[in-house]
Design a protein around this ligand. Structure first.
Ligand SMILES: [Zn+2]
Length: 154
């Protein structure tokens, strides 16, 4: 699969999950009613580092990640052990969220996979491991519906 296409498809899937999270009350989809768990919002970039450290410890990853402010307001970004997030005053409010941090940690855990099947599995597992089992299940089904492969095991 073309990496760019799968990346676009993954972002579109995430926006669909976002819309569910913005809804009041239960989310009716996949033939059921769902109550997805809320996500942590960070006040600014320095709050993300201790969160990321905790998640890495939780999953037993001993390769550290450094979190830094990203110049420009494009988006959060992961590269070679560094997560760059635009600060709040620079348009970063949307990215100062737990799911964004987990998305970038999933890149750290599955280097070289892009937004592929191992990455999707890691992201879903991180959601579940951080107290969002319902959101994890919804995300996994949304991946399948969008044609995004999710590996069975990491
Ligand atoms: Zn990504």
């Amino acid at each position: 699969m073309n990496v760019t296409v799968s990346e676009k498809a993954f972002y579109a899937m995430e926006r669909r999950v976002d819309r569910w999270l913005e809804q009041e009350g239960p989310v009716r989809t996949f033939g059921a009613e769902w109550y997805p768990e809320p996500l942590v919002r960070f006040s600014d970039v320095p709050e993300v580092q201790p969160y990321v450290d905790k998640v890495l410890a939780l999953v037993g990853c001993d390769r550290p990640i450094r979190v830094r402010r990203r110049r420009g307001s494009a988006a959060a970004h992961y590269d070679d052990g560094v997560i760059a997030i635009p600060s709040r005053h620079n348009g970063g409010a949307y990215f100062l969220r737990e799911d964004t941090a987990l998305h970038e940690i999933a890149h750290h855990l599955t280097r070289g996979d892009g937004h592929g099947a191992r990455f999707a599995r890691a992201y879903v597992d991180l959601l579940a491991a951080t107290g969002h089992p319902v959101l994890a299940r919804m995300t996994e089904i949304a991946c399948f519906e969008a044609g995004l492969p999710v590996a069975k095991n990491r």
